[in-house]
Design a binder for this molecule. Structure first.
Ligand SMILES: Cc1cc2nc3c(=O)[nH]c(=O)nc-3n(C[C@H](O)[C@H](O)[C@H](O)COP(=O)(O)OP(=O)(O)OC[C@H]3O[C@@H](n4cnc5c(N)ncnc54)[C@H](O)[C@@H]3O)c2cc1C
Length: 602
């Protein structure tokens, strides 16, 4: 039975939030507490969102265990971003950090404690005291289950604030009116297979990352970049999508993450000679250099024949010297992961690890209020009325070309709250909803009916696997121009096949094949944005390392071939034209002096 507009139900809210991870629920809490009528949609039960998997900690310069202040955090984040982060947003985040962490503590977050009762903080990659001098203890942690503790805390607060959750509802498309304002979303109720229109004064996207465009990923299976797909299909560009973070320590062969908190607690990386090789690459921070640095160093060790194992294709993470007691107290999940995914008892022997896709630095462009911004009439940051984005799907941009560990959970709290506050203020001034356009659900109806009409079409997971294999091969830790150009050709060809995906079973009730097919339409937007943006950026910066541009003779101060003269700019990928525009990085912080670009050593 095909989908028709007459069978669509309509509901009205002040605000619709798509996504019940840390960012969505931090925002919804602000809204529900202000008395707004807020609906939060999630493909899974809220506490199963990927935030639940975050292990290591939340960055904030509390200074509980070593001298710290937000200026150091600001400097580290700018440097970590390889100067692609917008310094106004970075300053805002680092200044707000202690406030949002204490707020979370007061919501009931079960942080680990120091003997004096203050929040326990561990060192983390790229976080330093005194502008790079030595590692600092800045990551506020609840053992190695920080995201778990945070997500449950936020969920409970939301239940108490009477947030309405729509669990196992998948948002499909943004609804924009003739003026381009966002006035709601369409969504599929997964249990019944019915299509709904949810009208709202404001829509906030908090759909998390798209880590599933890669074959080997630390991300949950639901991380298919839906919010990015929705934005891209409705004419909103995706920013800085070439920058994907490889986490140095995914379990080799399994992809499951071992938190950087391991190295924060003192674990070290070894090659097949038993050498602590990070001492050579980053003499000051060693194993606690930022992730792009450590991942490249590991890859280099493996490529130069110093990898471990029968195929020499991984390195080892050694933890046993921390002692079983510390491991069971501070890293209990890492211990379990070792046993379950690598058959290794980390209290006794080292565990095989490889760099694994972990985080997208790019996303839907926003300002520090969470408002989505686009280029319009010469303005690089024109506001799209009615649309906000926060969390990993957004790009504000605080992470630039490389995120520091612990800065994502922080980003969720800071910008979830600031977007919430901004929406409350807007809602108080806006008495009525804008009208829905007549064709509000047409795009979604067309997508659903096309899938249903093509029983002989290609199976969605065959196409998805080809997307993942292509990204893995052509957008890895080290890239070359030729390989990226080939990746662009392949991914453009796969996009044609996405249009030919079909459903054999068109039944409605809990039809997961339909959900997965719709997800692939989001994966392709993210993959294409990534490949096109990567092939266009003719330099090395942060996580984007292109062999062809290493060590250019005319830029002797840039060890990795960063080209500040030409590339201090964000990429913006436009889906309809499959092309890019650019906008300048904001080097002006809000109140302090700018940190000028310099060589990045650790
Ligand atoms: C294994 C792992 C460990 C990590 N550890 C840390 C750490 O220690 N510190 C740190 O700072 N960062 C860490 N990160 C990164 C950080 O956890 C994530 O970036 C962050 O949690 C993302 O939160 P979010 O709110 O943006 O989205 P998510 O938590 O991913 O939630 C997305 C939500 O959107 C919903 N959704 C998606 N699409 C749709 C749709 N179409 N319709 C309806 N709902 C939809 C999902 O159901 C879900 O509720 C880690 C990441 C991973 C993968």
């Amino acid at each position: 039975m095909s989908y028709t507009s007459s069978s669509i139900t309509k509901r009205k809210f002040d605000v619709v939030i798509v996504g019940a991870g840390g960012s969505g629920m931090r925002a919804s809490l602000q809204l529900a507490r202000a008395g707004l009528n807020v609906a939060v949609l999630s493909k899974v039960f809220p506490t199963r969102s990927h935030t639940v998997a975050a292990q290591g900690g939340i960055g904030a310069s509390l200074g509980n265990m070593s001298e710290d202040n937000w200026h150091y955090h600001f400097y580290d984040t700018v440097k970590g971003s390889d100067w692609l982060g917008d310094q106004d947003a970075i300053e805002y985040m680092c200044r707000e950090a202690p406030k949002v962490v204490y707020e979370l503590e007061h919501f009931g977050m079960p942080f680990d404690r120091n003997p004096d009762g203050t929040i326990y903080q561990r060192p983390f990659g790229g976080h330093t005291a005194n502008y790079g001098e030595k590692p600092v203890q800045r990551a506020c942690a609840a053992a190695d289950r920080t995201g778990h503790a945070m997500l449950h805390t936020l969920y409970q607060q939301n239940v108490s604030a009477k947030t309405q959750f729509f669990v196992e509802w998948m948002a499909l498309d943004l609804i924009r009116d003739a003026e381009g304002d966002v006035v709601g979303v369409t969504a599929l109720e997964m249990e019944t297979g019915d299509l709904h229109i949810l009208q709202a004064k404001t829509v906030l996207l908090a759909t998390g990352g798209a880590g599933r465009i890669f074959a080997a990923s630390t991300n949950a299976f639901i991380n298919t970049g839906d919010g990015l797909g929705m934005a891209a299909r409705s004419g909103i560009p995706l920013q800085d999508m070439e920058f994907w973070q490889f986490h140095p320590t995914g379990v080799a062969g399994a992809g499951v993450l071992l938190t950087e908190g391991c190295r924060g607690e003192g674990a070290i990386l070894l090659n097949n000679k038993g050498e602590r090789f990070m001492e050579r690459y980053a003499p000051t921070l060693k194993d606690l250099a930022p992730r792009d640095f450590v991942s490249r160093s590991m890859d280099q060790e493996i490529k130069e024949g110093r990898g471990c194992g029968p195929n020499g294709d991984y390195v080892l993470l050694k933890l046993d010297h921390l002692g079983a007691e510390t491991i069971h107290k501070r890293l209990p999940s890492v211990y379990e992961i070792g046993v379950n995914f690598a058959n290794v008892d980390i209290t006794k022997e080292p565990i095989p690890v490889v760099p694994t896709i972990h985080y997208q630095m790019g996303g839907i462009p926003t300002n520090i209020n969470g408002q989505v911004v686009v280029q319009q009439n010469g303005n690089d940051r024109a506001i799209v009325n009615g649309l906000y984005a926060v969390g990993e799907c957004s790009c504000v941009s605080v992470h630039g070309a490389n995120r520091l560990g612990t800065n994502s959970l922080l980003d969720l709290l800071v910008f979830g709250k600031s977007a919430g506050n901004h929406i409350v203020e807007f809602a108080s001034r806006t008495k009525s909803h804008k009208e829905l356009p007549k064709d509000a659900a047409d795009k979604s109806l067309a997508r659903l009916n096309r899938l249903d009409s093509d029983a002989k079409g290609e199976y969605c997971q065959t196409v998805a696997n080809d997307i993942r294999a292509t990204m893995q091969q052509h957008a890895g830790v080290f890239r070359t121009q030729a390989s990226m150009d080939e990746g662009v050709r392949k991914i453009n060809a796969i996009r044609e096949r996405v249009g030919g995906i079909g459903l054999k079973d068109t039944s409605k009730v809990f039809n997961m094949a339909r959900i997965e097919a719709l997800e692939v339409e989001n994966l392709i937007e993210c993959a294409q944005a990534t490949m096109i943006s990567a092939a266009a950026r003719k330099e090395c910066r942060g996580a984007h390392t292109v062999k062809d541009y290493e060590h250019p003779a005319d830029h002797p101060t840039a060890p990795l071939g960063r080209d500040d003269a030409n590339w201090m700019k964000h990429t913006l990928w436009h889906s309809a034209s499959n092309s890019l525009t650019y906008k300048a990085v904001n080097l002006k912080p809000l109140t302090v002096e700018s940190v000028p670009p310099k060589v990045r050593t650790f």
